[in-house]
Design a protein around this ligand. Structure first.
Ligand SMILES: NC(=O)c1ccc[n+]([C@@H]2O[C@H](COP(=O)([O-])OP(=O)(O)OC[C@H]3O[C@@H](n4cnc5c(N)ncnc54)[C@H](OP(=O)(O)O)[C@@H]3O)[C@@H](O)[C@H]2O)c1
Length: 334
């Protein structure tokens, strides 16, 4: 994440924010900020210096055509891929790096545990009200892992502790996931764009060599041209039988057709918070895939998220006004 110093700003800075946000969330903003609520309904043009877009892209896109003079965008989300192509290259864009860490890392660890503890299967069994159906877990284990030994007592769930976990993306959220995984003593293999040591982070070019080692694969990297369909038919073929793919990042990082195939043939299992396309249309083949836990892009949202994201935006705005380097720049204005 680059840092960009700005010249200090004198006078009032006009900050447009989504009218849907409670005004008290902006109480920590600097005194020089004139706060202007923006609706996404058609209306007159509005002159602002700084834009805080609505976290919902469709609403933000309805607001953007009315805005004039925007020099800085303070996004409340970590994923900002739609913003550069909307506002163009002459606007600096900062994201709310860190604001999603806890909620998204908790979603990731919960979904791993839910899948390894067979919660989706047990929820189905609970709905039938038939205790004996719990033995279906044993058949599920044998089928998904390929471990057909007659294990006694029967397998009713699996353990996360001691498993090999491959994490693709080792940034702000990845580090929080690592922290939350600590009590499980997993063998963590980290992958990022740039390899480094202490701790060891592998280059993404090593992905093919690492995939066969992992029992759980977590995706927590941005959607970019380089990461598009990073996981496709070839990568699924390299995964261990029954590996769990967890996508907490963005749908386009996985080739959906290859994923549907890998799930339907029983090669892998998956937990997805994000899909391609999104929203996932009714009747899409993913909805009915086996061994899949799917949530509709909820990983970042909790009651604690908005206050955290607006504190990050307020800090960045204070730096902008003071002419200090901005911290979470995803695009520097040209
Ligand atoms: N499900 C949700 O609701 C939700 C919520 C928040 C965020 N997200 C997604 O999670 C992503 C990560 O967030 P973050 O805050 O952790 O971002 P971050 O701090 O910027 O970290 C991104 C990590 O991904 C790595 N990376 C980037 N491109 C890569 C590539 N092509 N191959 C391999 N690794 C690559 C980076 O490598 P380097 O370290 O070498 O730069 C870095 O380690 C966001 O971009 C967003 O799409 C989803």
């Amino acid at each position: 994440m680059s840092e960009t110093a700005t010249e200090s700003v004198t006078g009032i800075v006009r900050v447009g924010y989504p009218a849907t946000l409670a005004a008290e969330l902006l109480s920590g903003f600097p005194r020089q900020a004139e706060l202007i609520p923006l609706s996404d309904a058609p209306g007159p043009e509005v002159d602002i210096d700084v834009w805080i877009p609505d976290p919902y892209q469709t609403r933000a896109l309805r607001t953007w055509p009315r805005l004039r003079g925007v020099r800085l965008v303070l996004a409340l989300m970590a994923g900002t891929e739609w913003i550069p192509r909307t506002v163009g290259p002459h606007v600096t864009i900062c994201n709310a790096r860190g604001a999603h860490n806890i909620s998204t890392a908790e979603w990731t660890v919960s979904s791993i545990l839910a899948m390894l503890k067979y919660f989706p299967l047990y929820l189905d069994i609970q709905r039938t009200g038939i205790w004996k159906r719990r033995f279906e877990a044993t058949a599920h284990y044998a089928k998904i892992t390929g471990d057909a030994r007659a294990v006694y007592p029967p397998v009713m769930q699996e353990e996360l502790t001691g498993k090999t976990v491959l994490m693709v993306g080792y940034g702000s959220i990845g580090k929080e996931i690592e922290r939350m995984l600590e009590p499980f003593h997993v063998d963590l293999l980290r992958v990022a764009r740039t390899p480094r040591t202490d701790p060891v982070v592998h280059a993404v070019s090593e992905l093919e060599a690492l995939l066969p080692r992992a029992e759980v694969i977590i995706l927590i990297l941005p959607a970019t041209a380089e990461s598009n369909k990073l996981i496709g038919a070839r990568e699924f073929s390299l995964m261990r039988q029954g590996a769990l793919l967890v996508n907490a990042a963005r749908g386009p990082i996985v080739d959906t057709e290859a994923l549907v195939d890998a799930l339907n043939t029983g090669r892998v299992r998956a937990a997805l918070d994000v899909t391609e396309p999104e929203p996932l249309p009714e009747g899409h083949p993913l909805w009915s895939c086996p061994n899949l836990l799917l949530t509709p892009h909820v990983g970042g949202s909790s009651p604690q998220f908005a206050p955290r994201a607006l504190r990050t935006a307020a800090d960045e705005l204070r730096r902008y006004i003071a002419g200090e380097p901005l911290q979470n720049v995803v695009q520097a204005a040209v």
